[in-house]
Design a binder for this molecule. Sequence first.
Ligand code: MG
Length: 100
Amino acid sequence: MKTRITELTKRALCKWGEDIQFTIAMEEAAEFIQAISKYQRYGDKYALASEYADLTIMMEQIRVILNDDELLEKWLNYKCDKMDKILDSCDYGELPKKDC
Ligand SMILES: [Mg+2]
């Protein structure tokens, strides 16, 4: 699937350019936020899945535009490490927890 998305990304960037793809990425991020809200309120799983797909495609376009996988990997690792520390800490001990 990722290969297909990457190929479509290259075609989209060639046809429409980076500026419009950034605009569409912002629109899709907003639609994703709205879909999360509707999922929480109404349980609309299909809208959330649809917007997840749209945002995943746009995130791949941003990855291709940035053209720096090493930088993205560093940030992903940094954020994962940070989340790992938060999960290990007691900072959120008072919040209700989901059964794991
Ligand atoms: Mg959408």
